[in-house]
Design a protein around this ligand. Sequence first.
Ligand SMILES: [Zn+2]
Length: 258
Amino acid sequence: MLSDIQPHRIHENLYFVGSTKVSVHLLDTEEGLILIDTGYPEMYEQILESIVLLGFAGKDIRHIFHTHGHIDHIGCTERLKALSGAKTYISRIDNAIVNGTLDLSWSRELGYGPLSPTFDCDVLVEDGDVFSFGKTSVRCLLTPGHTDGVLSFVITLPDGTVAAMHGGTGMNTLNRDFLTAYALPFTCRDDFRAGLRRLAAEEVDFVLGNHPEQTGVTEKLEKLLKGESIQDRAEWQRFLLMMENRLDTMIADEARNA
Ligand SMILES: [Zn+2]
């Protein structure tokens, strides 16, 4: 099944292999393929096909990083690991979601039933951890809020340019109704804001979204297909500010509708 977004190279060894529903990114490094997030459970064939269309093979995936423990980012991890033997990474905090200790995977809410199978990732990532794979490195920063263990990635590519992704900007777990229903602290909103401001200090050439509509993936693809550059050193700060504005708008709306 073909993806509704053509798999494509973003820059250097960084590729998009997701769909309009959720992003999946691929890095081709000297130490094998790296996948960032694994989509919804039903995306397994599509992700593998996208990887093949780019000239690679799913069995060559060696490392799988996860932004957070929600079902749309971990949905194919176990199958891809079974296929490739890849080592899996998630924050120590969100590993409690994927191993079933915390029932916050959104699996039930999105109609998949209880998260199954549950699993532990191989590498439990701490804030600030850097992983190097040849000339590519992935720096992991904890930016909680959307979940307690959201990881954002600052990726240095072989040519020295930097791509970055905020790992979780959805307001679906920050709104009043959700926090109340799940008895979660409203301070997660402050954590989210602090994470946005922390990330703003990074200098970024290529902004990645963990959902494509957040960062205009299809519009960027059109540019790439025309041979235009999508490098934009101001986009990262614009993106983070937009997310903070979105948070403020939600909080203001809730106050109005209290
Ligand atoms: Zn999520």
